[in-house]
Design a protein around this ligand. Structure first.
Ligand SMILES: C[S@@+](CC[C@H](N)C(=O)[O-])C[C@H]1O[C@@H](n2cnc3c(N)ncnc32)[C@H](O)[C@@H]1O
Length: 253
């Protein structure tokens, strides 16, 4: 499978206001803390990117004795996380080979990153290893198999075929976690709606959606042309869009 070079798009990724606005308090983390009263917690944001998730969570959970950790394979993404975050241990490493002691973390968050791992089984072995017993791994991602009408695939059809090579479907994810000794609770939130194409042109132009970096430039330019053409014919054009997000809570038992 192809991989996205985040060193090239770290800036664009970090400046995408949509990503910043969509992050809320992590209620699964809150639930873990509420149900596991401890003097100290060790939390890892796996593939933390530029630190957008942690920045918000650190505010929401201020006052608790939490040791925050952020791991990413890209130095450029971590450099930005470093600027954004205070009092976080930054770890430049691959998820497939974490330089962390076994049974270290209470909770591992993993947002929009699992599809990037070339060695997914190995990453899961590592996640299992570094979690404490009773600890929680939260895998949050889009589920591309449930969203073939996503606007990205509508305008950039080759993106779907690239994504099929990278994403595991939810059955595989569930089974791979369960067979390693996790108790798994997986849910998918799905929505279908009409969207205004004009609202998405800038997203496409920013090209920080990873799959748009994997398709070739010609397919990308043709997709942009299709968007511009549709908007020229009708500036209020809408298309049917579907979107599905997976929230998978895996507890090490
Ligand atoms: C789409 S970004 C998500 C970043 C962040 N979690 C967020 O939600 O904003 C994917 C991140 O995964 C990282 N990544 C890709 N492959 C990785 C690997 N094998 N090990 C660790 N991190 C990886 C990339 O460097 C990038 O920062």
């Amino acid at each position: 499978m192809k991989t996205t070079d985040y060193s090239n798009i770290a800036n664009k990724y970090d400046n995408n206001q949509y990503r910043i606005d969509e992050i809320r308090q992590d209620y699964d983390l809150k639930k873990y803390i509420d149900n596991n009263c401890k003097n100290e917690y060790h939390i890892l944001d796996l593939s933390c990117g530029t630190g957008l998730y942690l920045e918000k969570q650190m505010k929401y959970f201020e006052g608790l004795n939490i040791n925050w950790n952020a791991l990413d394979a890209s130095k450029e993404m971590l450099d930005m996380a470093d600027k954004r975050l205070d009092k976080v241990t930054l770890i430049e490493a691959f998820a497939e080979e974490m330089p962390c002691h076994s049974e270290t973390f209470d909770f591992i968050s993993n947002n929009y990153a699992f599809h990037h791992y070339s060695l997914k089984e190995q990453a899961l072995n590592e996640i299992y290893r570094v979690l404490i017993k009773g600890g929680v791994y939260k895998l949050h991602n889009i589920t591309i198999h449930d969203m073939p009408k996503w606007w990205v695939y509508h305008y950039f059809p080759s993106a779907y075929y690239e994504d099929l090579k990278r994403y595991w479907n939810k059955d595989i994810i569930f089974n791979e976690l369960a067979m390693r000794g996790f108790e798994v609770n997986l849910k998918v939130e799905y929505r279908m709606e009409k969207i205004k194409v004009a609202d998405y042109l800038n997203h496409a132009l920013n090209r920080d959606i990873s799959v748009l970096t994997l398709i070739n430039d010609r397919d990308y330019e043709e997709g942009l042309e299709r968007i511009r053409y549709d908007l020229k014919i009708n500036e209020n054009k809408t298309i049917l869009n579907d979107f599905a997000e997976m929230f998978c809570i895996a507890k090490k038992i």
